[in-house]
Design a protein around this ligand. Structure first.
Ligand code: G3P
Length: 217
């Protein structure tokens, strides 16, 4: 599964990318507002730090302006993916941009039939929002399973990008359900490689090694 980071904090993304484990980045208008910096400057820095797909979201509500915004965003770097909302206009923009060779991530997906339409619009990525469904008392992971089944039934190449991830368990379950990618907040990503038994086990190994008095280098 590809690991994307859900953030617009260019400095933090650069540090996380140094692990070699980051395949891409997703941003959205709220994350850009939180970062508090110039959008285009931030995107340029992120695209330079992470070689994979970097989602940058349009803010227009009509297809024509979404397409114009998407084309402008695509001038920032080759790895920009245009993020459009799952609305009638967003799907029209997605189809037009994808037909012209510009990859799109259709965001704010909350149902399997929405995901079916995004695939028909030729989306490169579909972003179902797991956490927000869970917040509302629904089962976000069931949506991933439904989309996986539909896309496999018809061999749609649209990649399932599990979004609105809140926990490591979300990442695990999205991987089991067959999501192609998960976009993970920085704090959740940093927690993924932590386990208290790893820490205590390493401490014991180091204590025993020191007692041997030997060196490797
Ligand atoms: O970037 C889209 C998505 O991951 C947002 O997550 O936590 O705001 O529901 P959240």
């Amino acid at each position: 599964m590809q690991i994307f980071i859900d953030s617009a904090d260019a400095a933090e993304l650069k540090a996380l990318a140094e692990t070699g484990l980051v395949d891409g980045v997703t941003t959205n208008p709220s994350l850009v507002a939180k970062a508090g910096r110039d959008f285009f400057e931030t995107l340029r820095e992120i695209c330079a730090a992470v070689p994979g797909p970097i989602s940058a979201e349009v803010v227009a509500q009509d297809a024509k302006t979404m397409i114009a915004e998407g084309l402008k965003l695509r001038t920032v770097a080759e790895n920009i993916v245009v993020k459009v909302p799952l609305t009638r206009e967003g799907l029209i923009a997605c189809k037009t941009l994808e037909d012209d060779g510009h990859p799109c991530n259709v965001t704010l997906c909350f149902s399997a039939v929405q995901a079916l339409l995004a695939a028909k619009a030729g989306a490169t990525f579909i972003s179902p929002f797991l956490g927000r469904l869970d917040d509302g008392g629904q089962d976000g992971m069931e949506l991933i399973r439904e989309i996986r089944a539909i896309y496999d039934n018809y061999a749609y190449p649209t990649q399932i990008l599990a979004a609105s991830i809140r926990t490591g368990a979300h990442v695990r379950d999205a991987a089991i359900a067959g999501a192609d990618c998960a976009t993970i907040p920085p704090a959740v990503f940093k927690a993924l490689y932590k386990h208290h038994l790893t820490d205590s086990g390493l401490e014991a190994f180091m204590k025993d090694w020191k007692a041997t008095g030997q060196k490797i280098l």
